[in-house]
Design a binder for this molecule. Structure first.
Ligand code: AP5
Length: 185
């Protein structure tokens, strides 16, 4: 099973990803986590990414696609994977399709976590990560609208998109996601 988890910042992608990978035995790949690991290690990429992430912008498509290509070459992805926070732009989605075609693989499903922006603002202000200030959250939501939301139509066009209501009890949301993934596989 090869799945993309799509949703605005704070929609619960990371939270739900933990439950999904346990239920289906998938490898979790979060580009946000990969970038935060680079920042923590103080690499050249991490130094560049830190400034962009704290401003609420997106790291360049080339860098992200290179990271994903390296990650998908690792053996633990053969059991299936869940992509969290990637792709985030149409060029990233096109790059992913090309990369998977090269590997003779393809996506089974794209799940969209649907949460309204007021709820997102409350969740993220309560969390206090470095990029969770009110101004940065607003910028991240604008970037989501302009650069990531077009992926909804991109994946609808491939008949792969299922939207799941992402508000309320975490396990109840997971239950809806599990049902959607089982129906799609
Ligand atoms: P990334 O780490 O992907 O962050 P994000 O998309 O902004 O998402 P978050 O981690 O904020 O939220 P989430 O949807 O995972 O929700 P979570 O489960 O944490 O990216 C960070 C940055 O890295 C980007 O801004 C960009 O700069 C860069 N980047 C990453 N990928 C990139 C890419 N592909 N291309 C370019 N740049 C990239 O939940 C949020 C909070 O809500 C938590 O406190 C949680 O406990 C709580 N919560 C979760 N579910 C519920 C619920 N049901 N009810 C109440 N609270 C809940």
């Amino acid at each position: 099973m090869q799945v993309v988890l799509l949703g605005a910042p704070g929609s619960g992608k990371g939270t739900q990803a933990e439950n999904i990978v346990k239920e289906f035995g998938l490898t979790h790949i979060s580009t946000g986590d990969l970038l935060r690991a680079e920042v923590a290690a103080g690499t050249a990429l991490g130094k560049k990414a830190k400034v962009i992430m704290e401003s609420g912008g997106l790291v360049s498509d080339d860098i992200i696609l290179g990271m994903i290509e390296d990650r998908l070459a690792q053996a633990d992805t053969n059991q299936g994977f869940l992509l969290d926070g990637f792709p985030r732009t149409v060029p990233q989605a096109e790059g992913l399709d090309a990369l998977l075609a090269k590997l003779n693989r393809s996506l089974n499903s794209v799940l969209l976590l649907d949460v309204d922006y007021n709820e997102i603002m409350q969740r993220l202000l309560a969390r206090k990560r470095a990029d969770d200030t009110e101004d940065t959250i607003r910028k991240r939501l604008q970037v989501y609208e302009s650069q990531t939301a077009p992926l909804i139509d991109y994946y609808k066009g491939q008949n792969k998109l299922t939207a799941v209501a992402g508000v309320g009890d975490v396990d109840a949301i997971s239950g809806r996601i599990f049902a959607a993934l089982k129906a799609a596989s």
